[in-house]
Ligand binder design. Structure first.
Ligand code: NAP
Ligand code: MG
Length: 401
């Protein structure tokens, strides 16, 4: 069979530790035999970031802007231990943070679901995708601890607006906080969510606490509703999907009682908390995929988990690990599918659908890594190591292709 040819290259960002090992195996066993893989390769492994003073991360982000679609391996975000371990000049910033700052995007996280692992919430039948607004609110709030009685105020001064209001007349010690957001950031978050809902053909739900926060949260509600009415209503009707706005407590109740199959747009804090809840309730972090979508239509796919450091240290000692590669495979198929859609390469789209399906079938037929075997109800499973799992998928793929 002739290999599938690509038109535009994919921006490939390599990473660290166990996921770097898996990265190579995925390419060798699942992609290169079938695709004439065209990538612009950026090594975001910590060593290379150190060598280039992290310029490589900025170059990779700019390449995504140029080519449109990227796929990223998990990378180490340095902390004090890593500075010692890798003898770093400085504690380099999180690559994901750097890339997000350059692309200005929204992160969508989606669980991969298999029929032999039941979510903790029994009604959930379809994925719940969480979109988290990753700007402002409590994450960039300023706070004061009042040590005595006094007046706390909130003020704003512009060219024509000068406003000051009393937050609290303190009779004794207490705390106060001020947070902000911008119309620009909220609008681009809204557009990212509307676009992604159209992309995946799913209903979009958004919630705030606008009944209590009559100015702040209400602004989020107004911006979402305005943009929907003016730019997306017709498109949603044509796709037969719905945009639904409600209160945050109402949406939580509906999510728990519902069967899933919704894209849930969350304010920053809600998204932080709810994405951990949803990931854990669906099962394993190793089955959670993630995509950054920028308002300008750039896409970056990755696994939601980290570099699986503990497994890597065992791997270095020559031990076999049972590391789950599903989220990383789905990052590749997500990126290649998007490339196929943009360049109108039907065979590439078809290949990614087949590979996704084979991953699910392999697990559903009982071949899985240890993290999943622990969650699987059936005892009739064979627990395989990292490489055996990829080989099982690779063998099935060989039969089909
Ligand atoms: P982690 O790599 O997600 O792993 C935490 C634990 O979750 C693992 O020890 C393992 O549990 C389990 N796990 C995660 N992914 C798995 C997989 N694919 N297969 C099987 N088990 C899996 O998080 P971490 O250990 O806190 O972080 C390690 C490094 O990753 C850090 O340097 C951090 O900065 C980085 N990180 C990067 C990203 C990113 O690039 N997007 C995201 C998060 C963290 P057991 O050991 O119990 O088997
Ligand atoms: Mg969190």
């Amino acid at each position: 069979m002739a290999k599938i040819t690509m038109i535009t290259p994919l921006v490939e960002m390599d990473g660290d530790e166990m996921t770097r090992v898996i990265w190579e195996m995925i390419k060798e066993k699942l992609l290169l035999p079938y695709i004439d893989l065209k990538t612009k390769y950026y090594d975001l492994g910590l060593k290379k970031r150190e060598q280039t003073n992290d310029e490589i991360t900025i170059q990779a982000a700019n390449a995504i802007k140029k080519y449109g679609v990227g796929v990223k391996c998990a990378t180490i975000t340095p902390n004090a231990d890593r500075v010692k371990e890798y003898d770093l000049k400085t504690m380099w910033k999180s690559p994901n943070g750097t890339i997000r700052a350059i692309l200005d995007g929204t992160v969508f996280r989606e669980p991969v679901i298999v029929n032999n692992i039941t979510p903790f919430v029994k009604t959930w039948k379809k994925p719940i995708i969480i979109a988290r607004h990753a700007y402002g609110d409590v994450y960039s709030a300023v706070e004061i601890q009042a040590n005595e009685a006094g007046t706390g105020t909130l003020s704003f001064k512009g060219k024509s607006q000068d406003e000051s209001i009393v937050v609290k007349e303190f009779e004794g010690p207490g705390v106060l906080q001020a947070m902000h957001n911008t119309d620009k950031s909220i609008s681009s978050f809204a557009r990212s969510c509307f676009n992604y809902a159209l992309d995946v053909e799913m209903d979009l739900w958004f919630a705030t606490k606008d009944t209590i926060s009559k100015t702040y949260d209400h602004r989020f509600k107004d911006i979402f509703l305005d943009i929907y009415e003016n730019e997306y209503k017709e498109l949603f009707e044509k796709e037969n999907i719905e945009f639904f706005y409600t209160l945050i407590d109402d949406v939580v109740a509906r999510i728990i009682r519902g069967e899933g199959g919704v894209l849930w747009a969350c304010k920053n804090y809600d998204g932080d908390v709810m994405s951990d809840m949803v990931a854990n309730a669906f099962g394993s972090l190793a089955m959670m995929t993630s995509v950054l979508v920028s308002p300008d239509g750039y896409y970056e796919y990755e696994a939601a988990h980290g570099t699986v450091q503990r497994h890597y240290y065992r791997h270095l000692k020559g031990e076999k690990t049972s590391t789950n590669s599903v989220a990383t495979i789905f990052a590749w198929t997500g990126a290649l599918r998007k490339r196929g859609q943009l360049d109108k390469i039907d065979e590439l789209i078809k290949f990614t659908d087949i590979l996704d399906k084979i991953c699910l079938e392999t697990i559903e037929e009982g071949t899985m890594t240890k993290d999943l075997a622990l969650l699987c109800e059936s005892k009739d499973v064979s627990v395989v190591n990292t490489e055996e799992f990829l080989d099982a998928i690779g063998n099935k793929l060989k039969e089909v292709m």
